[in-house]
Structure formats: C-alpha cells, structure tokens
Design a protein around this ligand. Structure first.
Ligand code: GLU
Length: 176
C-alpha cells in the first residue's frame, strides 16, 4: 500500500501535498505524482523513483494563491512501475489517485473500451476515472456521479478524485 494526500487551500498548496507525500515515504513506493486544479484546468506531473524526481519536475511550476491538489506514492500491484502507470490517472475533465486494488477492473475496462474510452495504463486504477466520466453523462450532480462510480468498484481501496468543474475533492474509502 502506498500513500495519498489531498489539499484544498492557499499558500503553496502544491508544496503541502509534496510534504504530505514525504511524510508517507516510510511506507515504501516506486513512483509518485500529483495533479492540481487551478482556474478550471488540471495539470499532472509524475515521476518514477524518489519524490525528489517529482519535485525536480515541479521546480519551474508557478501556482496561484488558491488551488486543489491530490498526490500519490505508488506501490505497484497492477502494471510495472513506469511513468504511464504512476498516478494520478486522468481524463480531459478529472483526475484520480488510488490506494489498493480494484478487483473487477478488467470487466469495467472491457465495457469502457467498447464505449470508446482509451485506457492507456496497465493499472487497475485508470478505469475509475473513465467510469466517473461515463457516470457524469447520466448524473449531472458530481457527488452522486462519484457515489455511483464507487458503487461499481469491487475491492479494498481509498480514492481521491478532482474534476475541472468543482472546487471539491471527492473521496471514498472501502475496506482499506
Ligand atoms: N493498484 C494500484 C496500482 O497498481 C494502486 C497501488 C497502490 O496502492 O499504490 O497502480
């Protein structure tokens, strides 16, 4: 198991998440990443290896005062420790970090692929953010769409999701 951190607020909000991830380093991990939301736009950075590698990629990033950020240290269960497999996983509108295992991901992946979703990683995680996009087509209330997504995920996990149209972090924890 890895670590996940979410933060909404001012004053170097990306740094708060980086510091949170560093506090969780003792749990072990193979890669790390974060997504932040600012002005209805999600930016994502990922790196294999130590959090310092992620920090290096972020060193020229300038963020405004207020923002929302989710971060992750990964200990791979599904797929190699590569940058593509590192979290967060995203669509055009949403981004997810996930801790644990989604047991029925292959079934969900088949269904999403038949609906035209392009799943690019080997992880069990990526289906969750695409499934959320599908649920948003049926349910406009983002919290309800998130709940509907979670209801379809089997396994033991903790998950955080951000969306370009919300200033919230949606989160769920199940058996983990
Ligand atoms: N199962 C997910 C993956 O392999 C999350 C692993 C973890 O808890 O770090 O990406």
């Amino acid at each position: 198991m890895c670590g996940i951190v979410g933060y909404i607020g001012k004053n170097n909000f990306v740094n708060h998440v980086l510091e949170g991830l560093k506090d969780l380093e003792y749990r072990g991990y193979d890669s790390s990443g974060l997504s932040y939301l600012q002005n209805n736009n999600i930016s994502t950075f990922k790196a294999v290896g130590k959090i310092n590698n992620l920090e290096e990629k972020l060193k020229n990033v300038e963020v405004n005062d207020f923002g929302i950020c989710i971060g992750h240290t990964r200990w791979a269960t599904h797929g190699k420790p590569t940058e593509i497999n590192a979290h967060p996983h995203s669509t055009n509108y949403s981004s997810v970090v996930h801790n644990g295992i989604i047991e029925n991901y292959l079934e969900i992946k088949d269904d999403l692929s038949s609906k035209g979703h392009n799943i690019i990683s080997q992880t069990d995680t990526e289906v969750s953010v695409h499934l959320f996009e599908e649920e948003c087509k049926i349910e406009q209330d983002l919290l309800k769409a998130f709940k509907n997504t979670i209801d379809k995920l089997d396994g033991a996990y903790a998950i955080l999701l951000i969306n370009v149209n919300s200033e919230d972090i949606f989160f769920a924890k199940k058996g983990s």
